[in-house]
Design a protein around this ligand. Structure first.
Ligand code: DSN
Length: 478
């Protein structure tokens, strides 16, 4: 396929859009320019391939397809069946999973599908027999509440937010925090690492229904074999949310004890982070949970998005190619080079480094909050996000950390030398930024001082660094 084909496709698409609402066409074009010119270090973002992007812009978007492959609530779903079955097949093969459900629209949705599947499965086995009904759906509301009381267990044990867990793992801003009584396991204050003995102790005391593994800001490998043993020891279902590191599992960087799929009863993920697919979610599970998982729509989800499932099929096919394994390894190599570059310049990193795709900088060493650091870096053309660090004194809004990740820049082709230069740019901005003050002279956690000339200079250096590695080199919109 010629590179020209990509330019023609996107130029033509924009021409068609421009004829209806030129401001949308302009915004799409401007977004490409912004992404091309900024140093994107948001650990959860990436750049999907042109084929993945194009698979979403079509008439599959017009089709309703509630239900599952071959069992729909609408007629005329034969082509949706084709793409959904393809995406699921690629997912099963890629991850070695018994079952894949590719309808979730996001990671939160995927987790809700999983939570419901676990709850329903638990209720349906011995308890349902007792109630002499076949499905949760057949229960009266009174039966349902009685069963919940009888089971007496809607407890979830997951990683605490400030240790790097995710808010969908039982925290209050998410409905999982209302559905479950939650308890967290943190990390060892001395090392920043998960202390599996403490997790086992918490599981013994709390006896959760679900033990959740997975994170969005923990820079280390997790031993899923040990977590499964802990879950088994208390009769819990073991669920892993691998949204952040699915690409590293797909690319066989995380294998054995560090691959969640053979160990967990149920695994959820997004498809757009290190996996480099379209924005969406997915559930993988063992056969006994498959029926419940497949009821995700309409139990938990709105109608599936066939255009996004088509794009998931394309992206998962890409991830099955041998070059994806090389990409996944380079993500980790780059994160380690970035960590080394930051450490050698005096930065403090949570856990002292990384063995995945992300690095968590404790910016209190620069006498800044995460919010001040995030904005100063943004002024300088470096896009990151603030994040809590373990036992964060600044809470979840201001934070004391900056999370940086390498999936996106690795897609562009940057390597270890460029990661060192990136570390230099980050360190320069953070050392030159000072905390600001409120109007009454009290210290501000949001305001900061950074010389505009310096910010511009760093932004130009960032653009220069990226010039050798053009984003979407096959797409010329001019
Ligand atoms: N928003 C994603 C992240 O940045 O980690 C997860 O919710």
């Amino acid at each position: 396929m010629s590179r020209n084909a990509e330019s023609t496709a996107f130029r033509s698409a924009l021409e068609v859009i421009r004829a209806v609402e030129p401001r949308v066409a302009d915004a799409i074009g401007a977004e490409l320019t912004d992404q091309r010119e900024s140093l994107k270090l948001i650990a959860s973002e990436n750049y999907a391939s042109p084929a993945t992007l194009l698979a979403m812009g079509n008439w599959f978007s017009d089709k309703y397809a509630e239900g599952t492959v071959g069992r729909r609530f609408y007629a005329g779903c034969q082509n949706v069946d084709t793409v959904e079955a393809l995406a699921a097949e690629h997912a099963r093969e890629l991850f070695g999973a018994a079952h894949a459900y590719v309808q979730p629209h996001s990671g939160i949705d995927a987790n809700l599908v999983a939570f419901w599947a676990v709850l329903a499965d638990r209720v349906e086995s011995p308890a349902l027999k007792k109630a002499q009904v076949r499905q949760v759906n057949d229960l009266t509301e009174a039966d349902w509440f009685a069963l919940r009381r009888e089971l007496g267990n809607q407890r979830m044990l997951g990683m605490s937010l400030d240790a790097g867990g995710h808010l969908t793992h039982g925290f209050r801003p998410n409905i999982s925090g209302k559905m479950f009584d939650q308890r967290s396991y943190g990390t060892d204050p001395a090392t920043g690492l998960i202390d599996y003995d403490r997790v086992a102790e918490a599981a013994r005391e709390f006896k959760p229904l679900i033990l959740v593994g997975g994170y969005s800001a923990y820079p280390r490998k997790v031993n899923f074999r040990i977590l499964r043993e802990i879950a088994d020891s208390v009769g819990a279902t073991f669920m892993v949310d691998m949204a952040h590191f699915a690409g590293l599992v797909a690319g066989k960087v995380f294998t054995g004890d560090f691959d969640p799929v053979p160990h967990a009863h149920i695994v959820t993920t997004t498809t757009h982070k290190s996996l480099r697919g379209p924005r969406g979610g997915m559930v993988l599970c063992q056969p006994e949970l498959a029926d419940q998982v497949d009821r995700g729509c309409p139990m938990v989800l709105g109608g599936p998005l066939p255009h996004v499932m088509a794009a998931k099929a394309v992206a998962l096919a890409e991830a099955r190619r041998p070059d994806f394994a090389d990409y996944a390894q380079r993500i980790v190599d780059n994160a380690q080079a970035l960590a080394e570059g930051l450490l050698s310049r005096g930065a403090t990193l949570v856990t002292g480094g990384t063995d995945n795709h992300l690095v968590l900088i404790d910016v209190s060493g620069y006498e800044l909050t995460g919010r001040q650091a995030e904005q100063a870096l943004l002024d300088s053309g470096i896009v990151t996000n603030r994040n809590s660090v373990p036992q964060d004194p600044n809470g979840a809004w201001y934070t004391s950390g900056i999370r940086v990740g390498t999936p996106a820049l690795t897609t562009r082709g940057l390597g270890a030398a460029e990661m060192d230069q990136t570390a230099e740019l980050i360190h320069t901005v953070l050392t030159q930024t000072t905390a600001g003050a409120n109007a009454d002279g009290t210290p501000s956690k949001a305001k900061y001082n950074l010389d505009a000339g310096l910010a511009d200079k760093v932004a130009r250096q960032a653009t220069d660094l990226l010039a050798t590695y053009p984003l979407y080199p096959g797409i010329d919109l001019t």
